[in-house]
Design a protein around this ligand. Structure first.
Ligand code: FEO
Ligand code: CA
Ligand code: CA
Ligand code: CA
Length: 678
């Protein structure tokens, strides 16, 4: 059992295998760069702050581009009244809790152009928070079903045309839905299920109940299910110009029942694994198809990767079941050496896994239509990290999963391919995939032709179960080195695909960056909630420091830019280091080890930082500021103070004054117009 072996032994043996210098990162981006830019970080790291604004290095400015409730069309008022929000209104307004961001050129172009005065911006709207809605509501128990339905419509995806104006990147409002590219996709939008699990009996049962509850408004394609998409966290985009949105914490929109429906062991396992056995929403206020008692298989409609064509506002989003069902975080694509499509996905729950899908067929750069269903056929893999610094992508096949179940004495059996993909997590676990410290975003280093070059980064946001180090999930130097410890500050892993090919089934792995404090006076610190956090950024064998510079915790979204600087956002870092709101940092991959990390942007109070996204010319940086005001400096959630103390929201971002906080996309530019971060 590898998990019980101290990390220092593991690292030592790994170093012996690879012959690397002790203390230095074992894998390097060197040789991958497409630019000769050597001054990777041209700004001074921003000092920690709890200011309720966007804080940037000198010489940079920000402005909000779009926020929750902003009109996408002229058919709704330019003024947003959150107290009067209806579903019909929200379906024509930008959603809340913006997360993943992606841009597309004004017309589908491959490779993507590096200039352009127009773009289509796609944003995920992950979830909603009742305490950040309806300012005039005094009692959460008094919320009406219509108000809840309007809030649900704030989840999903937003698509909006942007153009460069004198004031910078700005929204182009459409005359009406269907005009231009602007669009909202919500939990009520018709979608199609495609691929091997499309006719799974759970899906078929849930689809019938959902479609009976949610009337056809004349926009349902044949076979469509009006379940839309929820839990849209990170995502990705394809080289053929489609947007991928990943459904993460979908259980949160379901009202559970006092007793779980008795629908068999597979159902019970699924409910417990995803947590939809224990949500706290009252059934009386949620739309009928989100009541577990009425739609027990409703949760099977979610947890997928959804592909959206941003160029056609009337296109039907497609849930690509071949990529498996999980709490999907991101769907990052890279072309293999033979031009198939690799899609990397994390499953953000403690002890879940990292996945890679490889399409059966090849990408054709000259025929967009031929690529549109590439994600329906292919092989799904899950990562196993080995002690010696190598790793393997384990093929999730029916035969292998059933054989593994039999060998291990598990009663689980998978009936067919559809069952296997519906219960991807169970199959991955049986096959020996490595349980991870909440794998979130995955990013691959690509060249300008979308070809993966081999390095792949994985943000592991945190691990809150005390365990010993296990491959891929290091632990830090500790005053009690043999005791299990949590991974409160998280880390970023680096893979190197064998032969520099994303189609490989073997890889090498190493730690890219450890969350924590490079200048910590002690190995442990006390978090804002009173827990013990190991905060050294030393590699776990104590022989070296992986990264220096700014301290940070809880890495979430990643961006690798054209010169391979790595941008890292944090989510919940303020729980570990209370003196600084969640931030965006940049790791210099050119400098010798230990790797310098500078803090570039600090968000407002209570917000996690998402995106991030560089404009085509890298002279503008977009960030999604999610749930400002979810907590204040003390860390106490606003959900605990709003209803009891009547406290005003802890943040007034982005509108300032005494305004109600809203999730918003901001754009950062350099005052001299230069490239961001240089
Ligand atoms: Fe939605 Fe795992 O962050
Ligand atoms: Ca989030
Ligand atoms: Ca995330
Ligand atoms: Ca997160």
């Amino acid at each position: 059992m590898t998990a019980s072996k101290p990390m220092r032994d593991m690292i030592a043996s790994r170093r012996a295998v690879l012959g690397a210098m002790a203390g230095a990162p074992l894998l390097s981006f060197a040789g991958c760069a497409t630019s000769t830019n050597q001054t990777a970080l041209g700004f001074v790291s921003v000092p920690a702050t709890n200011a309720d604004t966007i804080t940037l290095p000198p010489g940079y400015s920000w402005r909000a581009v779009i926020g929750w409730g902003d009109a996408l069309f002229d058919t709704v008022s330019a003024t947003f009244d959150l107290n009067a929000l209806t579903r019909a209104e929200q379906e024509q307004r930008f959603g809340s809790h913006n997360d993943m961001l992606a841009w597309f050129p004004a017309t589908p172009t491959f490779p993507q152009p590096r200039t352009g005065a127009r773009m289509i911006l796609c944003a995920n709207h992950e979830y909603v928070s009742l305490e950040l809605a309806y300012p005039s509501l005094r009692d959460p128990g008094a919320i009406t079903p219509a108000q809840v339905e309007a809030l649900y419509a704030a989840i999903g995806v937003g698509i909006v045309d942007l153009e460069q104006r004198a004031e910078g990147w700005s929204v182009v409002r459409g005359a009406a839905p269907g005009d231009g590219h602007n669009r909202r996709i919500t939990p009520f939008t018709p979608v199609l299920f495609t691929g091997p699990a499309a006719q799974h009996p759970w899906l078929v049962a849930a689809a019938a109940i959902t479609n009976a509850a949610e009337p056809d408004r004349g926009d349902s394609a044949p076979g469509a299910v009006r379940c839309g998409t929820v839990g849209n966290c990170a995502g990705g985009q394809t080289p053929w110009g489609t947007y991928l949105t990943a459904e993460e914490n979908f259980e949160e929109v379901f009202a559970s029942t006092d007793s779980l429906p008795a629908l068999g062991d597979a159902y019970t396992d699924d409910a417990i694994s995803f947590g939809y056995d224990s949500t706290r929403l009252p059934a009386s206020i949620v739309p009928r198809h989100f009541r577990l008692a009425e739609n027990p298989h409703g949760p099977s409609l979610y947890g997928w990767i959804v592909e959206i064509d941003p160029y056609d506002p009337r296109s039907t989003p497609k849930k690509r079941t071949a990529l498996g069902r999980k709490k999907a975080e991101c769907a990052t694509t890279a072309l293999t050496r033979d031009s198939r499509v690799a899609v990397y996905t994390g499953d953000d729950q403690i002890n879940q896994h990292v996945y890679k899908f490889i399409s059966r067929d090849r990408f054709d750069p000259n025929n967009r239509a031929a690529n549109m269903d590439l994600l329906d056929d292919g092989d799904l893999y899950v990562a196993r990290f080995d002690e010696n610094g190598s790793g393997q992508w384990l093929a999730i096949t029916l035969a292998a999963a059933n054989a593994a179940a039999e060998t291990s004495g598990s009663p689980i059996r998978f009936r067919d391919e559809a069952d296997l993909l519906m219960r991807t997590r169970e199959a991955a676990r049986l096959l020996g995939a490595t349980p991870m410290d909440r794998p979130e975003d995955v990013e691959a280093v690509r060249d300008e032709n979308w070809r993966g070059l081999g390095p792949v980064l994985i943000a592991c946001t945190k691990g809150y179960e005390p365990v010993l180090a296990r491959p891929g999930n290091p632990r830090r130097p500790s005053p009690t080195p043999d005791a299990p410890q949590t991974n409160a500050a998280g880390h970023v892993l680096q893979l190197m695909e064998e032969g520099g090919d994303c189609g490989a089934v073997r890889f090498q792995w190493d730690v890219f960056a450890m969350g924590g404090d490079p200048n910590a006076a002690a190995l442990v610190a006390t978090t804002r909630r009173g827990a013990t956090a190991h905060v050294s950024t030393a590699n776990a064998d104590g022989s070296g420091v992986v990264n220096t510079g700014a301290r940070f915790a809880c890495p979430d979204n990643l961006l690798i830019d054209s010169t391979h600087r790595v941008w890292i956002t944090t989510d919940g870092g303020d729980d570990v280091f209370a003196d600084c709101n969640d931030s965006l940092l940049v790791a210099d991959t050119r400098a010798p080890a230990p790797r310098p990390v500078n803090r570039f942007l600090i968000g407002p109070l209570g917000a996690e930082i998402c995106g991030p996204l560089l404009a085509p010319d890298e002279r503008a940086l977009f960030c999604a500021i999610q749930h400002p005001g979810a907590n204040g400096v003390s860390g106490v959630p606003y959900s605990q103070t709003r209803w009891t103390d009547g406290a005003p929201p802890p943040s007034n971002f982005p509108d300032g004054g005494q305004s109600w906080p809203r999730s918003a996309v901001v754009v950062v530019t350099r005052d001299d117009g230069g490239r961001i971060g240089d």
